[in-house]
Design a protein around this ligand. Structure first.
Ligand SMILES: Cc1cc2nc3c(=O)[nH]c(=O)nc-3n(C[C@H](O)[C@H](O)[C@H](O)COP(=O)(O)OP(=O)(O)OC[C@H]3O[C@@H](n4cnc5c(N)ncnc54)[C@H](O)[C@@H]3O)c2cc1C
Length: 430
């Protein structure tokens, strides 16, 4: 059998599981190369808990070099794919470019935040898609409490203690729920802020938050958040966020130091730039077997791919649940194609959705059964712990949760880590 060079672009849910599944192909002499901008995969469903500090950031990232020992790892970003010539070009961390030839390509670069052209949003808002953003948000939110505590200007305090989330899907609701818990706990250590109530506002252009969960669970989640003092502004758009002022389409405008944008994702721009067939949303079109439609030796999966869902007749939703299973099936089909065996279609019946609303609170729909409160929160934790790749990461997360149960929250904010050279530069000036 001829030896093939297999190139996997992106090591998220789909790419990581595809690369893991290609282990046998690697043992049979095929060369598997994985290109990813970081040397780790990040488990995005745990980002809200990273932001609230219940899980250490390093526990939610999976190091590629130890997990994918059978692969060559290239840390870089693929920006060109030439399918006719069978080569891709990656920009490496030092800015140089590397050409990567291949016989078979697997494209799984996921999605990016869907940032709309709203005045001030790109400059002043923050997304919630990466571990960097989750760490930044934790530090930023805690730093606002310090700013508020140190200021005797009422308007300044109010702006520091106002937190706006735009986008009432899972990511926005979970991030808000976890951070509201964090701030509630942290406020106890700021006696000067005792008379103050932080303001939390969840904005969504749709008539309901969490529409995927159905009316009953969505209303339950909304009511629980309102009970905690969260203001929910549905049927409302963000108009602008300039000079620290949030302007909403309902006519309200107020100062806020924090605006988190969680209003959806769009497929990685690489999908369209690859020259491969894409749908209207810019996702690479695949057949039932995860092969790029009408293209030899190219495969795609995850958020950047339009993969038919045979159980519903629609397209697979952009979720980790589907991405990891697509990666798994894709690897088997690539191996089967190399060995000229029969391919099997991708088929997965949606398990449902679990959504945490913060500590001990949640909503879930599992196999059509609605679950609320503590059982839903527990289901959320158990499912994601089970789905987290590698035993080491699962053990670390379980240990973090145990510590969080037994000891008070760690409230140190390490925002200065984002400016590591500052102390040295100051010292040099003396
Ligand atoms: C906060 C949050 C919570 C979530 N919770 C859930 C949940 O509870 N359940 C669920 O099912 N889903 C959840 N999701 C969605 C889920 O994380 C995504 O659907 C899933 O990550 C998609 O997998 P993917 O492999 O397509 O992309 P990703 O996991 O995003 O991986 C793509 C990888 O490709 C890399 N990449 C991008 N461009 C390039 C390039 N040009 N060259 C090389 N590499 C590239 C990226 O850096 C990344 O490592 C959540 C998402 C977020 C943000």
């Amino acid at each position: 059998m001829a030896r093939s060079r297999i190139l996997v672009v992106g090591a998220g849910f789909a790419g990581l599981y595809a690369a893991i599944g290609l282990k046998r192909a690697a043992r049979n002499g095929h060369r598997v190369t994985v290109v990813n901008p970081e040397n780790f995969m990040q488990y995005q469903p745990f980002l809200p808990e990273v932001a609230s500090g219940t899980i250490d950031p390093r526990a939610v990232v999976v190091p590629l070099r130890t997990t994918l020992r059978h692969c060559e790892i290239v840390v870089g970003t693929v920006n060109r794919i030439d399918q006719a010539e069978r080569h891709a070009v990656a920009t490496l961390a030092d800015g140089s470019e590397r050409e990567l030839g291949y016989d078979v390509i697997v494209i799984a670069p996921g999605s990016t935040s869907r940032v709309l052209p709203i005045p001030g949003l790109a400059e002043n808002g923050v997304g919630f898609k990466t571990v960097q953003e989750a760490i930044h948000l934790r530090n930023h939110v805690l730093s606002r409490l310090d700013v508020a505590a140190a200021s005797d200007d009422e308007d300044r305090r109010r702006a520091a203690l106002t937190f706006v989330f735009v986008g009432g899907g899972y990511a926005g609701v979970e991030a808000l729920g976890e951070l509201e818990d964090l701030v509630r706990d942290a406020m106890r250590t700021y006696p000067s802020l005792a008379p103050w109530h932080p303001r939390w506002i969840l904005v969504d252009v749709a008539p309901k938050i969490l529409p995927e969960l159905g009316d009953d669970l969505a209303s339950y989640a909304q009511d629980r958040l309102v009970e905690r003092g969260v203001e929910i502004a549905v049927n409302t758009r963000l108009e602008s966020y300039l000079d620290g002022t949030v302007v909403l389409s309902d006519g309200s405008s107020f100062k806020a130091d924090t605006l988190v944008w969680t209003a959806g994702v769009r497929p990685s721009p690489l999908a369209k730039a690859s020259g491969l067939p894409v749908d209207d949303a810019g996702r690479i079109l695949t057949d039932d077997y995860l092969r790029v439609r009408g293209v030899d030796d190219a495969w795609a999966a995850g958020d950047a791919a339009a993969v038919p869902d045979r159980t519903t007749g629609a397209l697979s939703p952009p979720t980790a649940q589907y991405g990891m299973r697509q990666g798994h099936r894709l690897a088997r089909n690539v191996a089967a194609a190399l060995e000229r065996r029969e391919l099997e279609p991708f088929e997965h019946r949606n398990i449902g959705a679990v959504c945490s609303l913060g500590h001990y609170k949640g909503v879930a729909q599992i196999w059509g059964v609605k679950v609320k409160g503590f059982p839903a929160w527990f289901a959320h934790r158990s499912y994601h712990l089970y789905a987290m790749p590698t035993l080491t990461r699962r053990a670390k997360i379980a240990a973090d949760w145990t510590v969080a149960l037994l000891f008070p929250r760690d409230l140190a904010q390490l925002g200065s880590l984002e400016r590591p050279r500052e102390p040295f530069e100051r010292a040099a000036k003396v």
